[in-house]
Design a protein around this ligand. Sequence first.
Ligand code: NAP
Length: 250
Amino acid sequence: MPELARVLILGGTAEGRAFAAACADLPGLSPISSLAGRTTAPLLPHGPVRIGGFGGVPGLVDYLRSERIAAIVDATHPFAARMTANAVAAAAATGLPLLVLRRPGWTEAPGDDWHRVASIEAAAALVPKLGERVFLTTGRQTIGAFADVDACWFLARSVEPPEPPVPGRLDVLLDRGPFTLDGERSLFTAHRIDVLVTKDSGGVAPKLAAARELGRPVVLVDRPPLPADIQTAATVEAATEWLTTRQRCA
Ligand code: NAP
């Protein structure tokens, strides 16, 4: 990599922010974080930031060339599959090194009653069989999938308000983590929640601990598969090591 290596960090996650902060401590790097621009008041990472889509693979390739990017670290959310696919295609087109920084998914613990499904639509089909009062934590873009589930009442927690279509019986809780176990327990109790729906996002999740404690079933939407033959890191430390090793070898 050149002397002051430009590193594009595809972010929108806690890992993206932690990685941007870690890069600030590394000599010889000039990182820039990229956010999609989905939320009106995003949590901003340390250092320079650009906001908005690139315009698909061609737009990303143009950006990488014009900004003289030397390496890409995709720290997007495990469910941001389109961005990751675009990053893989753009890295192949430009010959740039790409690392996908992805936190591990969750694993079931004793006392859990988990029901894994392959899609948000499958989650919507399953919830009425498990309970009537549903805590929906899959993000505002997925709430429409539950619009026809008339048998259930929903409490949907999201950072931004959802747009129609939405379920007929819906309360929206606008909030952003981190959350606490006490808070999640109180929320389950106050709203008499009897089933939780979540994506298998990974990371710290007191909502899962609350569901376990209270004996509530959880519907977990499986992650989209990662593209084949890509380099991945599960932690910010491993991603930092990948970057510094490449720098040493350049
Ligand atoms: P997505 O479906 O994979 O991407 C859709 C399009 O959004 C991409 O093709 C790209 O537009 C743009 N985009 C996505 N991430 C971007 C980034 N970091 N920088 C610039 N453009 C980006 O993504 P998504 O699931 O809507 O997620 C959007 C963002 O929210 C991601 O940054 C992700 O890390 C964050 N996020 C997502 C979730 C989730 O559950 N999906 C949860 C928490 C945070 P162009 O094709 O025009 O380049």
